[in-house]
Write a protein that binds this ligand. Structure first.
Ligand code: AQP
Length: 345
């Protein structure tokens, strides 16, 4: 199954479809937060949008990575995209560093992004606190690279989890500022954030006040590739409260989070879940959540393993995606070069 990939969704193929761009960093083993907040929501757009989904490895190196791990995580992330249902015949899948226009536009946008704006980004503050020995310039200017990712493709919509809201707003501000100076160069993108009960913000099982993150270790983060046994054990240990009623209510962050996860994987709403577990304790509920998560992930894990055994296929998807993305990105970059006054473009 190699080399047989359709040239998907270039602008010239489907000019009428609006464009979607989004990406995930290959910075560790993906969590069910990344799955529910991002990948699962991306699938619903495949038919109606021209979808461009990226593996943002340049963003990943804002935090120090072990090179061999970064390389492996990049292949794994592509295999997960595919296993989750992102069909390369219906969307463009590519690796950010394979398309140099991202770095080229990011530099230009750095010159149209204010120090004060970047200083206000909560992700910068959080990640600086987590990586106090490596507060590098890339971590600081991460949002202008993200703006470049989005604006290069003239994206209409950017589906992300709640934690990325501030970065999307900044991308819009940068686009508006640039357009204000040079005319309509960039499409100003809208963010798309699922509802909380649809997975916009999955919290850590060990600290339900904190977002579940792939770079966190311990039982708080449930990985897409965790075994059934690991998944059940993590949910069994999930931090809850001293009450025993399964009810969605303020002050019950742990139970609310488990209810959201259960809702995402079963399609049931909070009221139905409350009735289902009426009179049953937290132990029963945690086991049920663990089981639906493990059951839903099992087929995805199997497909992932099959794809990881076919590196040639993964590389052909990367190559084809980079070709399509480069073609689209070059158009915007050329326009920007002309507008800012670079000679000989
Ligand atoms: N807990 C979450 N709930 C819902 N959505 C989430 N996302 C991340 N965590 C959650 C969404 O996943 C997409 C990819 O995120 P990213 O890799 O670009 O970086 P991140 O947001 O910093 O994700 P992590 O897992 O927390 O990674 P690390 O630990 O490396 O920083 C985004 O759409 C994000 O909203």
């Amino acid at each position: 199954m190699t080399e047989n990939i359709h040239m998907a969704n270039t602008l010239s193929d489907v000019p009428a479809k609006p464009i979607i761009f989004s990406g995930i960093q290959p910075s560790g083993n993906l969590t069910i937060g990344n799955y529910l907040g991002a990948i699962k929501s991306w699938i619903r757009f495949l038919e109606e949008y021209n979808c461009i989904y990226c593996i943002v490895d340049m963003h990943a190196i804002t935090v120090r990575q072990v090179p061999a791990d970064l390389r492996r995580h990049t292949y794994e992330l592509l295999a997960l995209y595919l296993a989750a249902g992102l069909d390369p015949q219906k969307c463009t899948l590519f690796v950010q560093s394979h398309v140099p226009a991202h770095a080229q536009l990011a530099w230009i946008l750095d010159c149209y992004t204010m120090f004060g704006e970047l200083s206000r980004m909560t992700q910068f503050k959080d990640k600086s606190a987590k990586n106090a020995d490596n507060i590098n310039a890339g971590l600081f200017t991460y949002p202008s690279l993200m703006a470049a990712d989005i604006l290069l493709y003239q994206a209409d919509l950017v589906p992300v989890g709640e934690d990325q809201r501030q970065h999307i707003e900044l991308s819009r501000d940068i686009a508006n500022r640039f357009n204000g100076i040079y005319g309509d160069v960039f499409k100003v993108p809208d963010g798309f954030i699922p509802k909380v009960e649809a997975g916009a913000k999955i919290m850590s099982l060990s600290d339900p006040e904190k977002k579940m993150s792939k770079s966190d270790t311990g039982f708080g983060s449930v990985r897409i590739l965790d075994s059934r046994d690991e998944i059940l054990k993590k949910f069994k240990r999930a931090v809850t409260d001293c009450d025993s009623v399964v009810q969605y209510k303020e002050g019950k962050a742990g139970i609310n989070n488990l209810m959201n996860i259960y809702a995402c994987f079963t399609g049931k709403d909070h009221a139905v879940i409350e009735r289902e577990f009426d009179g049953r304790g937290y132990g029963d509920f945690k086991l049920a959540v663990g089981e639906v998560v493990a059951d839903a992930l099992a087929p995805l894990q199997e497909e992932f393993r099959r794809l990881m055994a076919d590196k040639g296929y993964l590389e052909s998807v990367m190559r084809q995606g980079a070709e399509t993305a480069s073609h689209l990105a070059a158009k915007t970059l050329r326009k920007v070069y002309k507008k800012v006054g670079f000679a000989g473009v």
